[in-house]
Design a protein around this ligand. Structure first.
Ligand SMILES: [Zn+2]
Length: 168
């Protein structure tokens, strides 16, 4: 083995070990959860910047999924609305809400343990929402009706022309 391949192999192994370490911590969070059995952590530059576990029934908050809590805590901890350069480890494949939040937060990469099929097997079925997103707006289960003749777009124009806005 050349020195170069030795180093490559070494870093690959080290990386693999880190992923296992972090995913195990996310799973530990899921075991410690007072709500649903889900946990997540966020890592930046090899440092854990937040933990989260499901708090839906504890906080009476349907958005309090483990990933959402971890994202909120991470943003608070680094005092930034962007989590660019961060990796999220979650005990289960994110639902569509958390997936969207991950995109909004600009998280680089996601590692997960259980799949959405595993979640469905214990009655957490995200698939229905994935299907809804794909549907034409008029075919969705929850009705969505556009109200015409409002002045809502004026607010957008004001935003567009505001030189002091913080872009995100
Ligand atoms: Zn979720």
């Amino acid at each position: 083995m050349t020195e170069k391949t030795f180093h490559e192999e070494y870093y690959k192994l080290k990386e693999k070990k880190n992923h296992k370490y972090y995913i195990d911590l996310a799973i530990k969070e899921s075991n410690n959860s007072n709500g649903g059995p889900f946990g997540a952590i966020i890592v930046k530059n090899d440092e854990i910047i937040s933990y989260g576990n499901n708090q839906v029934t504890v906080l009476n908050d349907p958005t309090a999924h483990a990933e959402m809590i971890a994202i909120r805590n991470a943003c608070k901890n680094i005092n930034n609305f962007s989590l660019e350069g961060c990796t999220l480890y979650t005990s289960c494949e994110p639902c569509p809400m958390c997936l969207s939040a991950i995109y909004w937060a600009r998280i680089d990469k996601v590692y997960y343990a259980n799949s959405r099929e595993d979640a469905a097997s214990i009655d957490f079925d995200d698939n229905e929402i994935y299907e809804e997103v794909r549907k034409d707006i008029k075919d969705r289960k929850i009705e969505m009706i556009k109200i015409k003749d409002t002045n809502a777009y004026e607010t957008f124009e004001k935003w567009k022309n505001n030189m002091l806005k913080i872009k995100y």
